[in-house]
Design a protein around this ligand. Structure first.
Ligand SMILES: NC(=O)c1ccc[n+]([C@@H]2O[C@H](COP(=O)([O-])OP(=O)(O)OC[C@H]3O[C@@H](n4cnc5c(N)ncnc54)[C@H](OP(=O)(O)O)[C@@H]3O)[C@@H](O)[C@H]2O)c1
Length: 283
């Protein structure tokens, strides 16, 4: 039930495996386990220093490469015109593949003009090294610049999104532009486990608070989630969310957990984030 969403005639898996902070055998085993269980979306990044491990797991799995939706991200010091494509070629070598499905600019970078960053991304796409392009940690204003001013066909913005953080402005924007939102830190790094509303709903559906949270995210229009899990039981649980549905009222109640400034990932180089408003997240 709803395992993928259709965006611009591409099937995007609703759940992917995040791989930040997993390296070596831990990463190889987690990605292999996920692929065995039916995950078809793997999220990595140059800065995670695990592209070789992800590549090893994918290349040794029984799942055809063409069935896997693979994302990587260009790190901030590589977005310039001289470095972007070379860095992606190096990523592909490590990933043991000729292309990724989605290539993202990992964070907004002020030191290189945005049009140059976007042109590099488009050139990499034209060269066939990625099927789709997108951004991560972009505000609505930055997304507008990329789409409206620079005419780039980005398909997603990967941002932090979980019950404690509203992403209403970004959600509104991606829905208007035939894009989707990729939710990172979807489990708020485990903080959701102690949330009474989520644990109570878990009891009702015989699910954990984490599963209720992932169901809440992926039941929303144009949202996919990439929970990270090294523990095999977590990898398994996070995929078992397609056999139940939350009621509309429950979706709204979970949306009300959002608090101002509840950001987990907010490094010094972060942009000035969109001001969250009190519109419902759970459309
Ligand atoms: N674009 C960006 O700037 C950006 C930033 C941050 C993250 N990301 C991406 O998003 C992915 C996910 O975000 P995240 O890793 O920061 O946080 P997260 O997915 O919200 O949380 C991961 C933590 O939750 C635990 N966990 C996973 N499944 C669980 C379950 N069913 N029950 C209880 N605990 C569970 C994991 O434990 P175990 O590992 O022990 O299983 C791990 O400690 C990253 O791996 C990365 O791919 C992107």
């Amino acid at each position: 039930m709803y395992k993928t969403i259709d965006v611009r005639n591409t099937q995007i898996p609703r759940i992917g495996l995040g791989t930040w902070q997993m390296q070596g055998i831990t990463c190889v085993e987690a990605v292999s386990k996920a692929l065995d269980l039916g995950y078809r979306y793997i999220d990595t990044a140059q800065i995670y220093e695990n592209e070789s491990d992800v590549g090893e797991a994918i290349s040794t799995s029984n799942v055809p490469r063409s069935d896997i939706f693979l994302t990587t991200k260009i790190w901030m010091d590589k977005v310039g015109p001289e470095t972007a494509q070379k860095s992606v070629e190096a990523s592909l070598k490590k990933l043991k593949t000729e292309y990724v499905d989605l290539l993202l600019l990992h964070w907004p970078v002020g030191s290189v003009p945005l049009d140059q960053q976007v042109k590099s991304l488009q050139a990499i796409q034209k060269a066939g090294l990625t099927k789709m392009i997108g951004v991560s940690n972009y505000t609505v204003d930055l997304m507008k610049q990329v789409t409206d001013d620079l005419g780039a066909d980005i398909i997603t913005n990967q941002v932090e999104y979980h019950p404690y953080l509203s992403q209403a402005p970004v959600l509104d924007f991606v829905r208007q532009r035939d894009m989707f939102l990729t939710a990172y830190c979807p489990l708020a790094r485990g903080r959701i486990r102690a949330e009474p509303l989520l644990t109570n709903l878990g009891k009702k559906y015989d699910k954990s608070a984490g599963q209720v949270t992932l169901r809440w995210l992926t039941q929303q229009d144009r949202v996919v989630a990439i929970p990270k899990a090294a523990n095999p039981l977590h990898i398994e649980d996070n995929f078992k969310i397609f056999d139940f549905s939350l009621e509309a009222e429950e979706m709204l109640e979970i949306g009300k957990l959002a608090r101002q400034d509840e950001r987990i990932v907010n490094p010094e180089w972060a942009p000035e984030w969109d001001k969250e408003n009190d519109k419902s997240q759970a459309a």
